[in-house]
Structure formats: C-alpha cells, structure tokens
Design a protein around this ligand. Structure first.
Ligand code: SF4
Length: 69
C-alpha cells in the first residue's frame, strides 16, 4: 500500500478552494475559503491521485506531498 503525507503551508494559502474540491477526503475549508488539512496521512492509489491533483492545481503552491516508507 502506498503511504503519503499531505503538507499545507498556511502562510501561502490564498483561499482559492480548489484543493478541497479536488480532494475533500483530506482538505477542509474554513468559512473564508482557506484550507486546512483534516487528515495528513493517507494511503491507497486513488486517494494519492486526488492528493497529487490538489497539490498540482493549487495556484499558490501551498500544498506538498511526502511519500512515506
Ligand atoms: S488550492 Fe491552495 S491556495 Fe487554494 S485553498 Fe487550497 S491550499 Fe489554499
């Protein structure tokens, strides 16, 4: 099983909200549209694909994915 950890640099987040739309399993938005990571660790190809998409689509480059051993 593929394990990973999602990191959010909240100082970079501009509140575009794309991440929560693409990967609602891991990311939540506050009432102003700013992201927080509801669950940092995940596993499985499907969840990792959504997390990768959220990282790639964030216009502020606020998200990063770390692969776990
Ligand atoms: S897509 Fe990026 S900038 Fe937008 S809410 Fe998510 S982390 Fe923040």
């Amino acid at each position: 099983m593929i394990g990973f950890r999602l990191h959010l640099d909240a100082t970079r987040c501009d509140g575009h909200g794309i991440c929560a739309f693409v990967c609602p399993d891991l990311v939540r938005l506050d009432p102003w549209g700013y992201a927080s990571v509801a669950q940092t660790d995940g596993e499985g190809a499907g969840l990792m694909r959504r997390a990768r998409r959220a990282v790639a689509m964030c216009p502020a480059a606020a998200l990063a994915l770390e692969l776990l051993e």
